[in-house]
Design a protein around this ligand. Structure first.
Ligand code: GLV
Ligand code: MG
Length: 325
């Protein structure tokens, strides 16, 4: 290990993160009763400009009046380039900050963006003598944000998670796609012809690089990497496949843009019983190996060593976190 110790953000279950427009009061009520680990109440892109003020009021009321127990609640403020943003922070934190766990900052581009919101939130928390400190979730969804993701991840000790905002990221990088988080047949590999001249097309994941980059920067700063939206909510199989790819890379959760995606996210982002059993067997085998003075042994015909302990511990810790929730 490096001498540099990585401080871990507050451990918070974040397998699913439901997006709810602040303009739709009945959806806010439903969200409070949902099974989502985190719910973010949206003031940004799901709310039309004329509805922003009313949505802010709805969200303040929802934070103060609804029962959010058993889950974490976040508010997605408007971007720092809009005049809505300062009022989003001032009104929501002043009037409902005690009931708010997280603020989600969209389109964050530089560490200075984080600093600006941190300064504002800190002043309000101090003025109100709030006991609880609000954490930050950042959506990495612009070319600038992706370029500066390492600095953003390290910019505040309020930081808890980084989210891959695939829709805006596609727009910002001018990617030639209109889907939200799905695959694109143009991003494929054509195999060389076989002996009969047949060629296969292998569809590939065009989001692999940015998602991986964000995961690394999140983990190097003790933050949770979370995969963003999958727009086609009538395609549970496509959602599950995208969530699995993200989980395999190290993401802890995925957004749900529709309530039907919550259970899918919770399922995929929880280690399976078979995985946890295998992890526990690895830990037992390595404990036995240590007693025998060995650093590496074989289990089921495969090598395991001290790195296997660390991999297995991650799975067991996650299972315990879920069980204890
Ligand atoms: C989320 O905000 C996205 O743009 O994908
Ligand atoms: Mg976005």
């Amino acid at each position: 290990m490096s001498f540099h110790a990585i401080e871990q953000a507050l451990a918070r279950l974040n397998r699913s993160e439901l997006a709810v427009p602040g303009s739709q009061v009945q959806l806010l009520e439903k969200a409070a009763k949902s099974n989502s680990d985190v719910v973010f109440l949206d003031l940004e892109d799901a709310v039309a400009p004329d509805d922003k003020e009313q949505a802010r009021k709805n969200i303040i009321e929802a934070l103060n009046d609804l029962d959010w127990s058993g889950k974490s609640v976040s508010v997605r403020i408007n971007g720092l380039d809009t005049h809505y943003m300062y009022r989003d922070v001032v009104d929501v934190v002043e009037q409902a900050g005690n009931n708010l766990d997280l603020i989600m900052i969209p389109k964050v581009g530089t560490a200075a963006d984080v600093y600006a919101v941190d300064m504002l939130v800190t002043q309000i928390e101090d003025a109100k003598s709030f006991k609880k400190r609000i954490g930050f979730e950042h959506i990495i969804e612009t070319a600038l944000g992706m370029q500066n993701v390492a600095e953003i991840a390290a910019a505040s000790n309020r930081n808890e998670s980084l989210h891959f905002g695939v829709a805006d990221y596609a727009a910002s990088t001018r990617a030639r796609t209109t889907v939200i988080g799905g695959v694109n047949e143009d991003y494929s590999v054509l195999t060389d012809p076989d002996d009969n001249g047949n060629r296969d097309v292998h569809w590939d994941d065009m989001w692999h690089y940015p998602l991986s980059k964000m995961v690394v920067c999140a983990r190097a700063n003790g933050l949770r990497p979370i995969d963003g939206p999958f727009g086609d909510f009538s395609d549970p199989d496509g959602y599950r496949a995208a969530a699995k790819r993200a989980a395999v890379l190290g993401c802890e959760g995925k957004w749900a843009v529709h309530p039907s995606q919550i259970e899918l996210a919770n399922e995929v982002m929880s280690p399976s019983e078979a995985e946890v059993t295998k992890a526990r067997r690895i830990l037992e085998a390595m404990e036995q190996a240590a007693k025998e003075g060995k650093g590496a042994v074989s289990l089921d015909g495969r090598l395991i060593d001290y790195a296997s302990i660390r991999q297995a511990e991650v799975l067991v810790e996650k299972a315990e976190q879920i069980a204890g929730n």
